[in-house]
Ligand binder design. Structure first.
Ligand code: MD3
Ligand code: FE
Length: 206
């Protein structure tokens, strides 16, 4: 199944169902190297979503701003390698969505506990806005808000479920989006948690 949510935004429900357990095991392993942490926004607020990364660089925020960094500031070490199966599913999903040249450099791993949310934002720290972002949802579902190119454009809401992949490319790459507070509910594989992987091509001289 392949549903276009907007121009360049392709929803692949259940695309990673058969490998979801393996993805969750890798999330557990990589979080032993670079732990989940609550980062600080430049405005000084603690995020409710816990984050870590894998790959050649990782997204980071503190009072100095949003950016990609080659080393995990929490450990001083490189971020853990991107597992092969992560890269493979991201490339396959991008291909399925019509982006055959996608090469993920970084994977941001988001962990939502009950009540965690992500306010409406645009992703533009990558300096490669021609490449799509591939997102993978695991665990408890989340209500996702998908708007337009202006913050004030109306949003549509979708539930992102365990195993779903969405590829955000073309004009949708710069769409405003966010996640409503995650409901307190139970998933067999993750308990109360939701995980989201976002695969990104980064074009920065870091
Ligand atoms: C639409 N994550 O990490 S994934 C993020 O569920 C982020 O954790 C959310 O927004 C989450 O930046 C949403 C879906 C998503 C990711 C990136 C996008 C949608 C997007 C970039 C552009 C447009
Ligand atoms: Fe985002």
């Amino acid at each position: 199944v392949r549903t276009e949510l907007g121009t360049g935004a392709v929803w692949l429900p259940g695309f990673v169902d058969s490998v979801a357990d393996q993805l969750l095991q890798h999330i557990h392993s990589l979080s032993q190297i670079s732990p989940f942490r609550f980062m600080m926004t430049p405005g000084g607020r603690s995020m409710s979503v816990a984050m870590t990364s894998c790959g050649a660089c990782g997204w980071y925020t503190d009072k100095r701003g949003y950016r990609y960094v080659r080393h995990d500031p929490m450990t001083g070490q490189h971020w853990p390698d991107m597992p092969d199966i992560f890269r493979h599913i991201a490339v396959a999903a991008a291909k399925e969505a019509g982006f055959p040249d996608f090469t993920p450099v970084s994977c941001l791993v988001n962990r939502y506990e009950p009540g965690a949310k992500m306010g409406l934002h645009q992703d533009q720290d990558e300096d490669d806005l021609a490449s799509p972002i591939v997102s993978v949802s695991l665990g408890v579902p989340a209500r996702f808000a998908f708007g337009g190119l202006l913050k004030t454009d109306p949003v549509r809401r979708f539930d992102l479920r365990h195993g779903d992949v969405v590829v955000w490319g073309g004009p949708s790459r710069l769409a405003w989006h966010g996640v409503s507070p995650v409901r307190e509910t139970f998933h067999q594989q993750t308990g109360a948690m939701r995980y989201n992987l976002t695969f990104r091509a980064i074009n920065l001289a870091l």
